[in-house]
Design a protein around this ligand. Structure first.
Ligand SMILES: [Zn+2]
Length: 192
């Protein structure tokens, strides 16, 4: 448990959020990212719902590590590899509250959070799949400059795929439109 708290503390330092919370994680294969959270206070359900529907409430902040800078002795042995940097990456999901919440409100928000987790896990799954794919291609790295160029190209490719995903599912509002592996409940929140 101590290691988990250390990971969470590291993620919180990056996110500048979340104090004294129980560590929770979202994982894809053996890549595990902490969920960090912070309170968001609203005056009532209506204003919370307006805010939730107008933006992507939760997000995945994913950093990568690259290896493949060649050594002069034998450049042919150095291949470009990419991995999600689990020490610098996190998923942020705020804790939404307003005064006098009913049990139904709390349940509805728990449902929303679960749907948000599925959507953000999709961002992580896309990043992991792309990193694995590029690594499996065994691209040789010719120089440190070449490694930087390949790293920049990879980041652009990842960004394009993440934007495509968000466009396809409207940031989770239509998560039911996602490919089967990423599909989940729509991140819709409304007041009864
Ligand atoms: Zn998204």
């Amino acid at each position: 448990m101590n290691a988990l708290f250390r990971r969470l503390a590291a993620a919180c330092a990056v996110a500048l959020a979340c104090q004294g919370q129980t560590p929770r994680f979202i994982s894809v294969g053996d890549v595990e990212l902490p969920i960090v959270t912070h309170p968001e206070f609203y005056s009532d359900c209506r204003s919370a719902a307006d805010s939730i529907s107008s933006r992507e409430l939760a997000f995945a902040s994913i950093a990568f590590t690259f290896t493949g800078v060649p050594e002069r002795s034998d450049p042919s042995k150095h291949f470009f590899t990419v991995a999600v940097d689990t020490q610098r990456s996190y998923i942020q999901i705020p804790t939404v509250t307003w005064p006098n919440m009913t049990q139904a409100d709390t349940q509805h928000l728990a449902y929303l959070n679960q749907a948000l987790e599925v959507h953000e896990r999709g961002h992580l799954a896309i990043a992991v799949a792309l990193a694995d794919q590029v690594t499996a291609e065994h691209r040789a790295v010719q120089s440190a400059d070449d490694a930087r160029v390949q790293a920049a190209a990879f980041v652009r490719m990842d960004e394009e795929r993440q934007v495509q995903y968000d466009n396809l599912v409207s940031h989770g509002i239509h998560q039911t439109r996602a490919p089967a592996a990423l599909r989940g409940n729509d991140t819709i929140f409304y007041c009864k």
